[in-house]
Design a protein around this ligand. Structure first.
Ligand SMILES: Nc1nc2c(ncn2[C@@H]2O[C@H](COP(=O)(O)OP(=O)(O)OP(=O)(O)O)[C@@H](O)[C@H]2O)c(=O)[nH]1
Length: 635
C-alpha cells in the first residue's frame, strides 16, 4: 500500500517505457535486500536503460490480480489536471515527474493495488471513451472561475455509461484573498457537486502550491482516499473484454510504408485485459477507427506487477490458458493488420485509445431503433437525416438518423427532434445490445454551448420500424362538369386509383372533394377519349363546389420513409473547445420555474450570479460571446 513520506519511498523507482512516442510511467517498490541494492545501482546510472524495456514472452501468464484501476482526471483546460497527476505521483513515489508524455501513468501501490492515471481529453470523442473505461473519476473544478461545461458534459456521459466512482477536487482556491468569499465559494460549489453526484460524494480542496506543485499535506487526503477506496464494478462493462491501450507500436514493414505513405498499417496494442476473459478469435473495435479481427494475441510479461506477483507460469497453466482464453488482468499484446492509415496520421501519443470486444450479435450491420431525448441544456435541435455521431457500446460512429414520433403501428417522421419529449430515432450502423445506452452529438458542431445533443437507449436492434411521412400528390383538372372534374397527373394507373377511392382532395383555394373512380368507368368520357394516350391514371373527383381549370388539386398521402443506409466508423479527433464556458447556478429560482432546468445567459458573471432575471427567454438557450468567454446561467 502506498504510504507517504516514509523511508520506504526513497527506494522506489520511476522508469519510463518508450515505444513509438508513447510513454508510460512505471513506479514500483523494490522488495528484498538484493533488489534494493540493484535499484540503487540503477539509480547511480549503471544500467537503468536496460531495464526500461518490457521483456516479451510468447506465453500467457497466470496473474490472479485485477488490472490496475483507471483513474480519469477530468476538468476544463488549465484546471490543474497534469499538476494533480504529477503531485499524486510525487506523493506516492517521492519522484518528480517533469512532464506527462503518455496517455497513461501507472503506479504500483505495494502488494494489493495498481492504479493508472489518465488525463481526460477535452474533445468530445475522448470524453465519450473515458466515460466507458474510468473506474474512478476525479472531477476538477477551478473554484476561482466556477463550474464549466466540460464538467457537466462529462457527468452526463458518465450517467449514461454506468456511472463509476466520482470524487470532486476544487483547485485554484489560493487565488481567493478574502476568506469569507473563499468559504462561501467552497460551500456553494460543494452544494452543487453533492446535488449532481450524491450527498456523501467526496470533495477535496487544493488551496496552495509549493514549488509549483500541490502541497503534500493537501494531496495526502486524496492519495489515501485512492489507496483505500473500494472500487465497485460497473456492470455494463463486464459483458465484453476491453482494453485501455498503454503502448502503441506501428509495425508496418518500412518498405511498404516507403512505397506508399498512405498504406494500411499493421499495429500492436498493449494493455491490461479488462471486463471479462477474452477468447481467441474475438473481434475488437478500436474507438474512432473501426472493427478488426485480431491477427495475434499474446500475453506478455506484466510490466507493472504487484510486489508479490510472480508472472512465470507452469506449463499446465500456460497450455490451459492458451487453449481457452485470456483472463482479465493479463497484460496482452494485440496484433492488428490493415488498419486505415488515419490511425497513424492522427496518432497523438497523449490521447488514450480504447479497444473493446465485439460479440457475435454486434458484428452485424443493420437498423437500430433508439428512444432518444434532446438534452435539456442543448440549444440546437437535431435535424432528421443530418449526420450525428452516436456512441453505442464501445463504438462511436457517424450516421444519419431519422427521427419520428413513436406510434403503436406506424411512426410519424419528424423534421427535427422534439424540444422536450422523447422520440424514436432510427439509423443504420453496427448493431448493439438492446437496452444499451446511446449518446449523440452533432457531427458538425464541436463548438456548441453543450456538446451532448441527446441521450437515449437502444430499443431494438436489426429491426426496421416503419416510419411514414405525409406528402402530397398534385394533379390538374383536364375536364370539368359542374362539381365533377377529371384530374390528371395525380396517379399513374387506374389500378392505383382504385386504392385511393374515397380519399380526400383539396384545391389550393380550399375547395374540398373526394376521389371517386378512374375515368375508365365514366361512360361518356371514355368514349370521347378512346384512342387517347391518356387512357390510364385520370381520376374522377367530386367537389363541394365548382372548381376552375387553373386550380391545382392536392391529395395528402402517407409514404414510407427510407432510412439512409450509411455510417462511418472512423472519426478524426476533434480539438478541444478553446473557449471557457461557465455554468452559473441560480440557487433559489422563483417558484414558477423551480425544478425547471433551462440555461440562461448572464451579462456579468460575477455580478449577476445570484440574481434571477425574468427578461431572459424561458426555455430557449441564448448564447453570446463575451471576450473569450461564454457565460451561461442555469435556473
Ligand atoms: N495558483 C494556482 N495555480 C494552479 C492551480 N492548479 C493548477 N494551476 C496552474 O494552472 C496551470 C495549468 O495547470 P495544468 O496542470 O497544466 O492544467 P491542465 O488541466 O492539465 O491543463 P490542460 O492540459 O491544458 O487541459 C499551471 O500553470 C498550474 O501551475 C491552483 O490550484 N492554484
Amino acid at each position: 500500500m502506498a504510504s507517504s513520506g516514509s523511508n520506504q519511498q526513497d527506494h522506489r523507482l520511476v522508469t519510463y517505457c518508450r515505444s513509438n512516442n508513447l510513454y508510460t510511467l512505471k513506479v514500483y517498490e523494490p522488495h528484498g535486500k538484493r533488489e534494493v541494492k540493484k535499484r540503487k545501482r540503477d539509480d547511480d546510472g549503471e544500467s537503468q536503460q536496460d531495464s526500461l524495456h518490457t521483456p516479451e514472452i510468447n506465453l500467457p501468464t497466470s496473474q490472479e490480480e485485477e488490472p490496475p484501476y483507471v483513474i480519469v482526471v477530468q476538468g476544463p483546460p488549465n484546471v490543474g489536471k497534469s499538476l494533480l497527476i504529477k503531485s499524486l505521483v510525487k506523493y506516492y513515489t517521492n519522484q518528480q515527474l517533469d512532464d506527462i508524455q503518455g496517455p497513461v501513468v501507472t503506479v504500483v501501490l505495494g502488494e494489493l493495488r495498481r492504479i493508472q492515471f489518465v488525463e481526460c481529453p477535452n474533445n468530445i470523442n475522448g470524453m465519450i471513451d473515458a466515460a466507458k473505461y474510468a473506474d474512478l473519476v476525479l472531477l476538477l473544478v477551478d473554484a476561482a472561475f466556477g463550474y464549466e461545461m466540460e464538467t457537466f458534459e462529462f457527468l452526463n456521459l458518465l450517467k449514461i455509461h454506468g456511472f463509476p466512482n466520482v470524487a470532486g477536487v476544487l483547485t485554484h482556491l489560493d487565488e481567493f484573498v478574502d476568506t469569507e468569499k473563499l468559504n462561501e465559494t467552497k460551500q456553494r460549489l460543494g452544494r452543487q457537486f453533492w446535488k449532481e453526484i450524491n450527498d456523501g460524494a467526496e470533495l477535496f480542496y487544493l488551496s496552495q502550491l509549493s514549488n509549483g506543485m500541490y502541497q503534500n499535506c493537501q494531496i495526502q487526503k486524496l492519495a489515501e482516499f485512492i489507496s483505500a477506496m473500494k472500487f465497485y464494478a460497473v456492470p455494463c462493462r463486464d459483458a465484453q473484454p476491453y482494453m485501455l491501450v498503454d503502448r502503441f507500436e506501428d509495425v508496418t514493414p518500412p518498405e511498404r510504408a516507403h512505397i506508399d505513405k498512405k498504406c494500411d498499417r499493421n499495429i500492436n496494442l498493449y494493455g491490461y485485459l479488462r471486463g471479462c476473459n477474452m477468447k481467441r478469435g474475438t473481434k475488437m473495435h478500436i474507438a474512432g477507427v473501426g472493427d478488426f479481427p485480431i491477427n495475434g494475441i499474446t500475453s506478455v510479461i506484466d510490466p507493472y506487477p504487484l510486489l508479490s506477483a510472480d508472472n512465470r507460469d507452469n506449463l499446465d497453466e500456460v497450455t490451459r490458458l492458451d487453449m481457452e482464453s485470456f483472463r482479465t488482468g493479463t497484460y496482452i499484446r494485440l496484433e492488428i493488420q490493415d488498419v486505415s492509415f488515419g490511425i497513424a496520421e492522427n496518432f497523438d501519443p497523449c490521447h488514450p485509445i480504447l479497444v473493446g470486444g465485439i460479440s457475435l450479435e454486434e458484428d452485424k450491420v443493420g437498423y437500430l431503433q433508439v428512444r432518444l431525448k434532446r438534452h435539456i441544456w442543448q440549444e440546437k435541435l437535431l435535424k432528421t437525416g443530418e449526420p450525428v455521431v452516436v456512441s453505442v457500446g464501445w463504438r462511436r460512429y457517424e450516421t444519419r438518423p431519422i427521427y419520428a414520433i413513436e406510434g403503436s403501428r406506424l411512426n410519424e417522421k419528424l423534421p427535427y427532434t422534439p424540444w422536450d419529449a422523447y422520440c424514436l430515432a432510427m439509423f443504420w450502423g453496427p448493431l448493439a445490445a438492446p437496452t444499451g445506452p446511446v449518446a449523440v452529438h452533432n457531427a458538425a458542431d464541436n463548438e456548441g454551448v453543450f456538446r451532448i445533443s441527446a441521450t437515449g437507449v437502444v430499443l431494438d436492434s436489426n429491426q426496421a420500424a416503419k416510419i411514414r411521412e405525409i406528402s402530397k400528390r398534385i394533379g390538374i383538372p383536364c375536364e370539368i362538369y359542374k362539381k365533377t372534374a377529371l384530374i390528371k397527373d395525380m396517379f399513374k394507373s387506374d389500378s392505383e386509383i382504385k386504392k385511393f377511392e374515397g380519399a380526400l382532395v383539396k384545391t389550393a383555394r380550399g375547395v374540398g372533394g373526394e376521389v371517386k373512380t378512374a375515368r375508365g368507368v365514366f361512360g361518356k368520357i371514355i368514349k370521347a377519349r378512346e384512342g387517347d394516350q391518356l387512357t390510364q391514371g385520370i381520376v374522377r373527383c367530386s367537389f363541394r363546389s365548382e372548381i376552375s381549370m387553373s386550380d391545382e388539386v392536392f391529395m395528402p398521402v402517407w409514404k414510407q420513409v427510407e432510412v439512409p443506409r450509411a455510417f462511418n466508423l472512423f472519426s478524426a479527433p476533434w480539438k478541444s473547445n478553446e473557449r471557457r464556458r461557465a455554468v452559473v447556478f441560480v440557487e433559489e429560482p422563483p417558484s414558477f420555474l423551480a425544478g425547471s432546468k433551462q440555461l440562461e445567459l448572464s451579462d456579468d458573471y460575477q455580478a449577476k450570479k445570484h440574481v434571477w432575471s425574468k427578461k431572459i427567454p424561458k426555455v430557449k438557450v441564448a448564447q453570446r460571446n463575451y471576450g473569450d468567454e461564454r457565460l451561461l446561467r442555469r435556473g
